[in-house]
Design a protein around this ligand. Structure first.
Ligand SMILES: C[S@@+](CC[C@H](N)C(=O)[O-])C[C@H]1O[C@@H](n2cnc3c(N)ncnc32)[C@H](O)[C@@H]1O
Length: 202
């Protein structure tokens, strides 16, 4: 396990308990991303969420795609404990794996891969993760991302770095390098304190 994964496991040992109570106020665009996937009228057999956390998106995906098998992978067992409870209603088709996602992962191919506010926490490790997502996405499949983009405010970038989040606008070029140039929606949060983005690439 990498130093980054160990740091995230320690971070979420405390934050898992308050995650769902607090994150609705700043992790914007998560429901809209799943609604956009639903509108695409895909008929996915398998869906992966990289860094699924407490399972908020997994539960929404299980409801949106009732015939699909949904796999969630996360480095934090504390977060996955919550995900297990959130997805109990679909436990026969929601599978959870506690491990860092990357080239060593052997989860098979997916029709949809979702990464929601996870890639911005991976630092230098994001490149192999994106390469693996490219490898694991079936031809014609959809790679759906919502995440932090940047902030003009140094104090805020430093605060977010303490919370393991990059806000340097470096993530989008890494995605475009591997998934082409899909339409990107960029939005401001709290009057411009930071920007976040979402996209669906194939
Ligand atoms: C901010 S949370 C987002 C959780 C969820 N996707 C959501 O939108 O609420 C980021 C999650 O990504 C996980 N994570 C970070 N790097 C990871 C990696 N390399 N492999 C698997 N999970 C990772 C963290 O443990 C954490 O649970």
């Amino acid at each position: 396990m990498s130093a980054n994964s160990d740091a995230l496991k320690r971070y979420y040992r405390f934050h898992a308990a308050i995650y769902d109570l607090t994150r609705w106020s700043f992790l914007f665009g998560r429901s809209a991303l799943i609604e956009a996937l639903q509108k695409m009228r895909l008929q996915p057999r398998r869906i992966l969420e990289i860094g699924c956390g407490t399972g908020r998106n997994l539960a929404a995906l299980a409801r949106a795609f009732p015939k699909a098998e949904i796999v969630g992978i996360d480095v934090s067992e504390d977060m996955l404990d919550h995900a297990r409870r959130s997805c109990a209603f679909a436990e026969d088709r929601v599978l959870l794996e506690c491990a860092p996602y990357g080239p060593q992962s052997r989860l098979g191919k997916f029709d949809i891969i979702v990464a929601s506010y996870a890639l911005s926490m991976m630092g230098e490790g994001v490149a192999p993760v994106l390469d693996t997502a490219r490898r694991d996405l079936r031809s014609g499949g959809a790679f759906a991302v919502v995440d932090f983009r940047d902030s003009r405010f140094g104090f805020f970038r430093r605060w977010m770095a303490l919370n393991h989040v990059r806000l340097d606008d470096g993530l989008l070029p890494e995605i475009q390098q591997r998934f082409g140039e899909p339409a990107v929606a960029t939005r401001q949060a709290y009057g411009g304190l930071w920007r976040w983005f979402s996209l669906v690439a194939s």
